[in-house]
Design a protein around this ligand. Structure first.
Ligand SMILES: *[C@@H]1O[C@H](CO)[C@@H](O)[C@H](O)[C@H]1NC(C)=O
Length: 216
């Protein structure tokens, strides 16, 4: 939380200088808005989903007693304190590695982040089709990575961190090994946007849709 707020405040000030913007991409100020909105949306939508979950016990697929805190020294999802303290480090690793990735992509792949005023604007049907295909590509990459993570022993060692939570809630979605998170970013959004670029409004929509989908 503290690292993220510090970084966002820094980015806010740096982005007031257009010299740091990359030609052909959206501006650093857009990048700031992107970090801020995706992170707020993630928190708000997660709170909404869990509020629904706890309000309607009759529709739950997991027995209610699983989330009682009777099992000593375990959290709501069944993880012990050693696992929880490791997760704190993985969170930091995720934060540092994915922020570094996003910034590296901004400076190394001009045009990856779509410019606000493209030379040839896309029509609505094109946007819709591209969004659907881009989402398909992204799911394809992440599906196969996920499948292999359950079958290949080395990958499972990374992915097992995510399954420490025995009776999950939507908040556990991104509680994983930092390598798990980073590799999903690589085979998901990164590849899809390189293979089939989306323009700015569709790019934004695609990221929000993806957050909603993964939390659900
Ligand atoms: C990595 O985790 C962050 C939250 O810590 C999340 O916003 C992001 O979507 C995750 N990336 C992937 C590809 O799962």
């Amino acid at each position: 939380m503290i690292e993220m707020s510090t970084f966002l405040i820094l980015l806010f000030f740096i982005s007031s200088n257009p010299n740091y913007d990359v030609e052909g991409s959206f501006t650093l100020r857009h990048l700031f808005i992107y970090f801020l909105t995706t992170s707020l949306f993630r928190r708000i939508y997660n709170a909404y989903l869990e509020a629904c979950y706890f309000h309607f016990p009759k529709y739950r697929t997991q027995p209610e007693k699983e989330h009682l805190l009777i099992k000593k020294a375990k959290d709501l999802n069944g993880r012990d304190s050693k696992q929880l303290s490791l997760l704190v480090w993985h969170d930091l690793g995720t934060y540092l590695s994915t922020t570094a990735l996003d910034l590296a992509v901004y400076y190394l792949i001009p045009g990856f982040y779509p410019p606000p005023n493209p030379l040839s604007p896309q029509t609505f049907p094109t946007r819709f089709l591209r969004l659907a295909l881009n989402h398909l590509l992204m799911s394809f990459g992440m599906y196969w990575l996920h499948r292999s993570s359950h079958n290949v022993p080395l990958l499972w060692r990374v992915h097992a961190v995510h399954h420490w939570s025995k009776h999950p809630l939507s908040r556990n979605t991104y509680e994983d090994h930092w390598i798990d998170n980073l590799s999903n970013a690589l085979v998901g959004h990164l590849c899809a946007q390189i293979i089939l670029p989306l323009d700015l409004p569709t790019f934004a929509l695609s990221h929000l849709l993806r957050i909603a989908e993964s939390l659900e």
